[in-house]
Write a protein that binds this ligand. Structure first.
Ligand SMILES: C[S@@+](CC[C@H](N)C(=O)[O-])C[C@H]1O[C@@H](n2cnc3c(N)ncnc32)[C@H](O)[C@@H]1O
Length: 710
C-alpha cells in the first residue's frame, strides 16, 4: 500500500531512506524517524504552516482526511534555524557510502526569537526558498532537472535552445484546472466546514505569535496532531485493504468490474448522487461544475471506492465511480483525460490523489557538491556565510545539500560560478550512485545534456579515465560543455550523435548510463505543461525510441570489462511504458543481460505485472521513486549486468548451417523492425517540420499487410 507523505512533501525535510521501510514509515512520526536518522533537526520542521495545507479534507471511510488538502502550488519552505557553522561528523567523500553524517545546531539563543518568527510565519505568497525570482535563470538552465523535457528531446532536428529556458515558477499552460480556481484557503464544503480538523487549524492560527515560551509547546501540539493524522492514515489504509483495494493491477481491473460487483445496502447518507456518463458529458459541455462540487465528488468517489460493497449506490458499477473520479481529477488538477487516467492507474485510489496533490507542490531545492573542487562541509560553510540556510539531504548521499532559504541567488553565488556545486534534483543523484563509475574506467553517458550526471560521474571517477558525454541535441551540448568546464571535469569528451548510432560510433565501455529522453511525468511539479501536452501517440513514440536506445546502450557495454560491464537505465517518468516495459523488452531482446540490484537503499520495486502484462520477476530489482512517497521527483532506475554473448545450439532449421546462432546477434533479436520504425521516423519528421512552421506532407498510407509480412 502507498505510504502517505500527505502534505508533507511540501515540507522539504531531508529525504530519508526510512520512507520505504514500512515498519518505520508512519505518518506523523516523521520526527522520530529524523531523530533515528541522526540528523538533528529543528523542532519546527513538523510545523506545517510554511506550506499551509488548505482545508479541503477528503472524507475517506467516514474520516476526514487531508488528501486533497494542499492548496495552490506553493514554493515556500520551512526554514531551519539560522546557521552560523556547518559541522559534519566524519564526512566520507565517497558518494553513496552512506556515511553517518550529522548536522549540529550551533545557534545561540540570541538569534532564536527572530528565527522562530521566520520559521512559523505563514506567508500567503508562493514565496520560494531564498529568492527564486532573483535566481539567474540562464545559470539554472544549465543544470540538470530543470531541463528535463521530453517532447523537445524527441525533436532531434531542432537546434532551438528554447528548451533550456525553465519557467520559474512554472505556469500551467493550456487546460485550466479547477484547482487554479480554488481559493487560497479552500473553504471546506458541507459537513467538512465543521470538521474537527479545520477547527483545529483555525485555533492554532489564532494562538497568537510564536514566542520563546510557547514554541516548544506549539511544536509538541503539532507533533501530537501529526500522530493523530498518522493514526487516521493507518486506519484508512486498513479499510482500503479490507476492501480488497491493494495493487495497481486491482485498480487497473476496476474498469472491468461489471454489475455483479454492484453494492448492496448503499450508504448514500450525504445525498451524493453519482452522475451518469451522459450527465457528465452534459456537465462538461456547460463548462463543468464549480470547484467545490468537484472536490466533494472526488472525496465521495474516493470514499466509496475504498469500501465499494458497502458504500456504493445500488445499481452503480465500480467503473462508473472510477470514471467520474478520473474525469474530476483531470479537471481539478488540469490534466488531459488521457494522462489523468494513465497516472491514476498506477496507484490505489487514495494514493493516486496523493500523487496528484504532490505534483502541485514544488520539490525541495537541492544542490550537489562538486567534490572535484571542494568538500561538502566547506561548501556548506561558505554558503551559510552568505546567508544560505541548508542541511544535508539524507544519509544516502554525502554530497547533497538541501537549501531551505537563501538571501542570495543560489544559481549565481561565487561558489556556483566557481563550480563548487551543481543545482541538481535529488532524484538525479540516483542513477549515478547506481552505476557507480570507477576511476580509470571508460564510461558512456548516452543522453547527457546538460550534464548533471556526467559531471557527477567525472567527480566519482576523480577525473581519471574517460566519460563520453553524448547528446543528440547539439544545442543542448553547449550547456553540457559549459557545465563540464565550470565543474572542472577534465576527463569528459563531449559528442553529439543520435544514441542509436552507438556502438557503431564507439563501443566497449566499462559502464553506460542511459538517462533516456522521456515524457517527464515524474517532474510535473516543475513542468506543468506535461499535464496537457502528452498524448497516447507521444508515449508510444517515446517508448519506441527508449527501446531502441536501450539495445544500443547494452551493445555499447564491454562484457569482458574487468571492473564493470554495467548499464543503468533511468527516466524521470513514472509510466510503465517508459520503464518496466522498456527494461522487459531489453531482457527479451538481449539474453546476455540480466538485472542486478541497483544498490539504492530506498525506492519501491518496479512492477512485475501491470494491467494484464507480465514482466520478468526480476523487474522487482528495479526502483521507482515518487514525489508523494520520497519527496523527490518521480524517477525510475534499472541496473543491468552485461554478459558475454554465448552461442546456443538450435535444434531446428532456424539455426545457421552449423546449427549455431549467436543469441545476441540473432537477426530477430538484434534488428529493429524497419517497417514499424518507418512509421515512427516519419511521424518524428512531421513533428519537427511542424515545429519549424514548415508545410507537413500528408501521412503516407501504411504498407499493405502482405507487403509488411513479406
Ligand atoms: C533526460 S535528458 C538527459 C539529462 C542528463 N542525463 C543530465 O543528467 O543532465 C534526455 C536527453 O536525451 C537527449 N536525447 C533525445 N533523444 C536522443 C537520442 N536519440 N540520442 C541521444 N540523446 C537523445 C535529449 O536531448 C536530452 O538532453
Amino acid at each position: 500500500m502507498g505510504r502517505r507523505a500527505k502534505n508533507k512533501q511540501g515540507d522539504p525535510r531531508p529525504i530519508d531512506q526510512a520512507y520505504d521501510k514500512p515498519s518505520q514509515k508512519k505518518l506523523g512520526k516523521r520526527k522520530a524517524d529524523e531523530v533515528d536518522s541522526g540528523a538533528k533537526r529543528p523542532a519546527k520542521k513538523v510545523k506545517e504552516n510554511a506550506v499551509k495545507p488548505s482545508k479541503a479534507p477528503v472524507a475517506v471511510n467516514g474520516k476526514t482526511k487531508s488528501a486533497l488538502k494542499v492548496a495552490k502550488p506553493r514554493v515556500d519552505q520551512p526554514k531551519p534555524k539560522k546557521q552560523k557553522q556547518a559541522r559534519f561528523e566524519d564526512e566520507d567523500e565517497d558518494e553513496g557510502a552512506g556515511s553517518s553524517e550529522g548536522w549540529e545546531d550551533v545557534d545561540d539563543d540570541g538569534d532564536l526569537k527572530a528565527q522562530a518568527k521566520s520559521l512559523f510565519n505563514e506567508s500567503d505568497e508562493g514565496e520560494f526558498v531564498g529568492d527564486l525570482d532573483d535566481l539567474d535563470i540562464d545559470a539554472i538552465a544549465d543544470d540538470d532537472d530543470l531541463l528535463k523535457g521530453p517532447v523537445q528531446e524527441l525533436d532531434l532536428g531542432s537546434d532551438d535552445d528554447d528548451d533550456d529556458e525553465p519557467e520559474l515558477p512554472v505556469k500551467l499552460k493550456g487546460k485550466k484546472s479547477k484547482q487554479q480556481e480554488r481559493p487560497l484557503k479552500i473553504i471546506p464544503t458541507g459537513s467538512d466546514a465543521s470538521s474537527d480538523e479545520s477547527d483545529e487549524d483555525e485555533d492554532e492560527d489564532e494562538d497568537g505569535p510564536i514566542t520563546m515560551k510557547n514554541m516548544e509547546a506549539r511544536s509538541r501540539a503539532l507533533d501530537a496532531r501529526a500522530a493523530r493524522e498518522a493514526e487516521l492514515n493507518a486506519e484508512e489504509f486498513r479499510q482500503a485493504e479490507l476492501a480488497g483495494e491493494q495493487s495497481g493491477d486491482d485498480l487497473a481491473d476496476a474498469d472491468d468490474v461489471d454489475m455483479d460487483e454492484e453494492g448492496e445496502g448503499a450508504d448514500d447518507s450525504e445525498g451524493f448522487v453519482l452522475p451518469t456518463a451522459e450527465e457528465r458529458e452534459e456537465e462538461k459541455k456547460r463548462g463543468g461544475p464549480d470547484v467545490h462540487t468537484v472536490q466533494r465528488r472526488m472525496r465521495e468517489c474516493v470514499r466509496i471506492l475504498g469500501n465499494f460493497k458497502r458504500l456504493a449506490a445500488k445499481g452503480r458499477a465500480r467503473s462508473e465511480y472510477v470514471q467520474q473520479l478520473i474525469s474530476d481529477i483531470g479537471s481539478y488538477y488540469g490534466y488531459n483525460d488521457f494522462l489523468a487516467e494513465k497516472l491514476f492507474q498506477l496507484f490505489p485510489v487514495a494514493e493516486a490523489i496523493e500523487f496528484f496533490e504532490a505534483n502541485e507542490v514544488p520539490r525541495p531545492v537541492t544542490i550537489r557538491t562538486n567534490t572535484l573542487r571542494t568538500r561538502r562541509r566547506d561548501l556548506a560553510q561558505a554558503l551559510i556565510n552568505r546567508g544560505v540556510n541548508l542541511e544535508p539531504i539524507g544519509k544516502w548521499t554525502n554530497v547533497g545539500l538541501q537549501v531551505f532559504e537563501s538571501s542570495v541567488p543560489i544559481g549565481a553565488t561565487p561558489e556556483y560560478l566557481a563550480g563548487h556545486y551543481m543545482l541538481q534534483a535529488a532524484s538525479s543523484f540516483l542513477p549515478v550512485i547506481a552505476l557507480s563509475p570507477q576511476a580509470g574506467e571508460r564510461v558512456l553517458d548516452m543522453a547527457s545534456a546538460p550534464g548533471g550526471k556526467t559531471t557527477h560521474m567525472a567527480a566519482l571517477m576523480q577525473n581519471a579515465g574517460v566519460v563520453f558525454a553524448n547528446d543528440a541535441n547539439k544545442a543542448r551540448t553547449k550547456s553540457l560543455t559549459a557545465n563540464v568546464h565550470r565543474l572542472g571535469c577534465k576527463n569528459v569528451v563531449v559528442c553529439s550523435y543520435d544514441g542509436r548510432e552507438f556502438p557503431k560510433v564507439i563501443g566497449g565501455f566499462d559502464r553506460v548510463l542511459l538517462d533516456a529522453p522521456c515524457s517527464g511525468t515524474g517532474v510535473i511539479s516543475k513542468d506543468a505543461s506535461v499535464k496537457t501536452n502528452k498524448s497516447e501517440r507521444d508515449f508510444s513514440l517515446l517508448s519506441h525510441l527508449q527501446k531502441q536506445l536501450i539495445l544500443c546502450a547494452i551493445d555499447s557495454v564491454q562484457p569482458d570489462s574487468k571492473t564493470g560491464g554495467y548499464l543503468v537505465y533511468s527516466t524521470c517518468s513514472v509510466t510503465v511504458d517508459e520503464n518496466e516495459a522498456v527494461v522487459d523488452y531489453a531482457l527479451r531482446k538481449r539474453p546476455n543481460v540480466k538485472l542486478v540490484d541497483t544498490g539504492l537503499e530506498f525506492g519501491r520495486p518496479g512492477f512485475t505485472s501491470y494491467r494484464g502484462k507480465t514482466f520478468s520477476d526480476k523487474l522487482s530489482l528495479t526502483r521507482r521513486f515518487y514525489p508523494h512517497v520520497h519527496n523527490m521527483d518521480g524517477f525510475y532506475v534499472a541496473k543491468f549486468k552485461v554478459e558475454r554473448r554465448t552461442k546456443v545450439t538450435k535444434p531446428d532449421a532456424e539455426a545457421g548451417p552449423a546449427g549455431e546462432v549467436d543469441v545476441a546477434m540473432d537477426g530477430e533479436s538484434i534488428a529493429f523492425n524497419d517497417d514499424e520504425d518507418k512509421q515512427y521516423i516519419e511521424e518524428d519528421k512531421r513533428k519537427r517540420m511542424k515545429a519549424k512552421g514548415l508545410k507537413v506532407p500528408p501521412r503516407s498510407k501504411p504498407a499493405p499487410v502482405a507487403t509488411v509480412a513479406a
